[in-house]
Design a protein around this ligand. Structure first.
Ligand code: DSN
Length: 421
């Protein structure tokens, strides 16, 4: 077994069963190409912060106003995280305590809505998110969610259709943001619709947060009343959430998050968020964000040129939906075939899909993680060809064997983390 991560294997570690599984997961990540669009590889420094004594500290409340003693140093950390988040996104205020994107959304809704209020958001079936009104999620249980989708012909958002729906429904809040949408989101157009119907405008930019931070997607900050995100996708931080808002809304946001939806903040994760925000403030992060988008473009073009349909014809961000139904496969079968060669992705509904979600007609591919490990446009051309080969011959042991070898060689050549001495 190789040691890949700092701190992951030391003489202090005695729980052989758990560490063996952790090592196997480390090895899996090193040996496979991670194309799940919501994942990334956090830096060693981000991961190290999560393994510190800050995990021991209770700190309900906010810096300077805590319900526990001994918070002077975690206050410093939370202030750093908040200040860096504000600087990174040009926001007036930040709450860095959400444990996840869904927790951030729960706090955002509680801060500005009353139970039962009407909300208009993107349909999960067309690329939205569970916490934007799924019937079994808290959002769908406590609020009256309605959804807009993409246009059937273009498979893109049509802002005239969104406006028409909004004028008819008159929701209290309009939400923009998606988990599987490959085109730019026109925040100015959403904000204009919200203004026309006197609704609030919220953006959940979980997927594109790193692209916004790196200048590769327009920012919603000038337009939105409240912005939520996760910190671990394109932003490449620790798992967690973040809320940004204007200064006149922060008191309600803070109290909706704690005590509204959460108890003690995870101070070790907040330290890791602070480190990740600093990383994203470096000029090199702009290069990273641009490379993520360039890589996605080449991957989508290569697949498309091989005759596999890409939803909406391509991508402008980090993600693409590949219509594997166009070559007679289900998303589940495609996910399995790619798994056999060491390429990890997820089956995904495509807009107007006729298959059920556990089968689906698409796979969702993203380039955030593979770009972190240093893959570039030339690698994307090769990767696209391998994916096409596997999807066209998923039962061929010869093809699987060959591509598995290619993936193994590439991952060995481009390690994620430096090996420990
Ligand atoms: N599960 C995430 C994704 O894969 O997009 C969203 O929360």
């Amino acid at each position: 077994m190789t040691d890949t991560l700092p701190g992951a294997s030391t003489a202090l570690h005695t729980d052989a069963a758990v560490w063996a599984s952790i090592h196997r997961e480390e090895e899996r990540q090193e040996a496979q190409l991670e194309l799940i669009a919501s994942e990334n590889h956090a830096s060693e420094e981000v991961m190290a912060a999560m393994g510190t004594a800050l995990t021991n500290k209770y700190a309900e409340g906010y810096p300077g106003r805590r319900y526990y003693g001994g918070c002077e140093h975690v206050d410093e950390v939370e202030d750093l995280a908040r200040d860096r988040a504000k600087e990174l996104f040009g926001a007036e205020r930040a709450n860095v305590q959400p444990h996840s994107g869904t927790q951030a959304n729960m706090a955002a809704f509680m801060a500005v809505l009353d139970p039962g209020d009407k909300v208009l958001a993107m349909s999960l079936d067309h690329g939205g998110h569970l916490s934007h009104g799924h019937v079994k999620n808290f959002s769908g249980v406590f609020y009256d969610f309605h959804s807009y989708g993409v246009d059937r012909g273009t498979e893109r958002l049509d802002m005239d259709q969104v406006r028409e729906q909004a004028l008819q429904l008159r929701p209290r809040m309009l939400i923009a943001g998606a988990s599987a949408y490959s085109r730019p989101i026109d925040f100015a157009a959403f904000a204009a619709i919200a203004k026309e119907i006197d609704a609030l405008f919220m953006v959940d930019m979980a997927h594109i947060a790193g692209l916004v931070a790196g200048g590769a997607h327009a920012s919603p900050i000038p337009y939105a009343d409240i912005v939520t995100m996760t910190t671990h996708k394109t932003l490449r931080g620790p798992r967690g959430g973040l809320i940004l808002c204007p200064k006149d809304r922060i008191v309600r946001v803070n109290s909706a998050l704690f005590p509204g939806g959460q108890g003690g903040p995870l101070m070790h994760v907040i330290a890791a968020k602070a480190i990740a925000f600093r990383e994203a403030l470096q000029p090199s992060f702009k290069d990273y964000a641009a490379q993520v988008v360039a890589n996605a473009g080449v991957l989508a073009d290569t697949l498309s040129e091989s005759g596999i349909r890409i939803v909406s014809g391509g991508t402008d961000n980090h993600v693409m939906l590949v219509d594997v139904g166009s070559i007679g496969l289900s998303g589940a079968a495609a996910e399995d075939a790619l798994h056999r060669v060491g390429i990890t992705c997820n089956k995904n509904l495509i807009p107007f899909d006729e298959r059920p979600p556990m089968e689906a007609s698409g796979i969702r591919l993203g380039t955030a993680a593979i770009t972190t490990r240093g893959l570039d446009e030339a690698d994307m051309g090769a990767l696209g060809a391998w994916i096409a080969d596997v999807l066209r011959a998923p039962e061929s042991d010869a093809v699987i064997e060959r591509v598995r070898g290619e993936v193994a060689a590439l991952t060995a050549d481009k390690p994620i983390y430096s090996p420990r001495s």
